[in-house]
Design a protein around this ligand. Sequence first.
Ligand code: GCW
Length: 683
Amino acid sequence: MRSIMRFYCLLLAFLAAVPFVVRAEDGSQLWLRFSKQGKPTGTVRITGGESTDATLMLAKQELQLYWKGMDVILKLDHRRKELKDGYQIRQHGNQVHVVAGRSVGLLYAAYHLLRLQETEGQIPNAGLTEIPSYDIRILNHWDNLDGTIERGYAGHSLWKWEELPYKLSSRYEQYARANTSVGINATVLNNVNASSELLKAEYLLKVKALADVFRKYGIKVYLSINFSAPKNLGGVSSSDPLNQDVQQWWNSKAKEIYGLIPDFGGFLVKANSEGQPGPQDYGRTHADGANMLADALRPYGGTVFWRAFVYHPTKDDRAKQAYQEFVPLDGQFRENVILQVKNGPIDFQPREPFNPLLGAMPNTAKMLEFQLTQEYLGFSNHLVYLAPLFKEVLDSDTYANGKGQTVSKLTDSRGHLGRKTAIAAVANIGLDTNWTGHHFAQANWYAFGRLAWNNNLSSVQIADEWIRMTFTGVQEFVEPIKKLMLESREAAVDYMMPLGLHHLFAFEHHYGPEPWGDIPGGRPDWMPWYYHNADSVGLGFDRTVNGSRAVTQYNPSLDKIYGNISTCPENLLLWFHHVSWNYRMNSGNTLWSELCFRYDHGVQKVREFQKVWDRMERYIDRSRFSDVQAKLRIQTRDAVWWKDACLQYFQSFSRQPIPYELERPIYELEDLKKIKLPMGHHN
Ligand code: GCW
């Protein structure tokens, strides 16, 4: 007995001596780790709403469980339409007054209060008003019906189609809660490479079951559709959008869906892209296809997201094709169609200029599509915080109608055609315990939600909030980790493809480097050489007026900047120019030396991240600490692999030494060329 007592005393003494209380964690709680300890101090009252309103009850419940501040009054005032999904928070004496025009606004406000609490923020004296930047803040899941996820690196799909609609996994609700806590209000459940099956009655019941779970969190469900569904499923002889039987098929399908899910959001469509069917199969345009679906959804208030990611192997510079395809259709789309445009003209590369379509088509509603899943950024092995990439795109000036017309201004709710506005991101979520594979990839889900809610937030602020809620508020942890996160995207660009290089990825899986990649007879626009154009003279893709002329798709003021080698930003130099190896860069280095310095810099940065991380051991739980530590090792090894592969390969063209002050290659190029990873998938 005594020895047991002594053991406990020692244990207590030990616990008291541990500088920071560290609890066992597996990342499953995300940024919602509100402690139940410490009694909630205030009462929460609701005015203006019904107790049958599940969303309102949820807002109240979250505060009752976790809010430790003063009394809160949640007021629903339907007249406050200008607030949209937003809210006002004010402090009155020793009460917090919250007003919203919709019940979901009060739920968002509840999460705002909890965020303030967890990050030790304050309600400003004058109060605060939040109105979201976009109406529709949506995740796109590339989840297949067999449970696999295209470009998914965090395990299988959350959606258990075989168990639905009878069995509801507890993760459905956790997923909805996490989204709502950052302002996401919509989700596309399935892959844009869509199976027609999902539109069958039996699957729609499963979709309904999910929609029923998400509803009280204010999340609407959308589906990706296969354009050939009428033919594949419906016994119609074609899927021609101008054929009345086909139109009828979609009209009755829409009716069927809304009969089950009255608040169904609408359709996302990938058509005539990478082998998917579409209106062009029948000699029709993208507008014909989109409008047919828009007409079917219109009676119920549904929206069509029509993707602009369209390119053909036989045509011009791939970077130009979406613009060529869509600009002639400006003004032809129905009011409830939004053109969904990837942030860059190629495909979610570590760095691309903004997609020129975003600055064009003034009479068409457009939205951004980002990618959270790190298809081109080291999967869930590399720590890459994406908010700086998102901000770079949002803040890009398109110069459409003069200076200051940023991508965000042209796509968000600041008077944009008076229509619904939206922003999308391809999800990075799967069944992994921590949802995203890498603990730090949670920050990208978080950052997307926060920016979709308020595109004025800075990357720093978002990182700061996320770190405090996900790990700890201890300054010694927050500051260095924030710095690391903010530098991580540039580091990845440097060790993978600096100075505007792009698509040097290995075929199919896109994980490692393969600048030499070539598949005889394969699509040239899926081959790295198509993009880097290395030769004895230099490196890069000439997209100026002397080359592919892609630069002319930008506004003339920008075209001038990008098109001139001496004014083109160096981080996009090889995107727009074929540059000679001895060209003098701003640093005074030649292009070749600068390239070497950049690759080396990327590697050195990741080595530094390892050192920074190892110092953090005492501030956080053991399991997340060692998970991240292990992943940083992989990232550093990969960074060296990237550097050695790319530099030695390009050196076979430049025929110049790697500057002598830099770390020497350690891998043989010939060995690197033999690496074949066992990860399947096309292009
Ligand atoms: O980047 C490419 C991916 C494909 C993807 C496609 C798209 C869903 O490699 O896997 O397909 O983009 O966005 O449609």
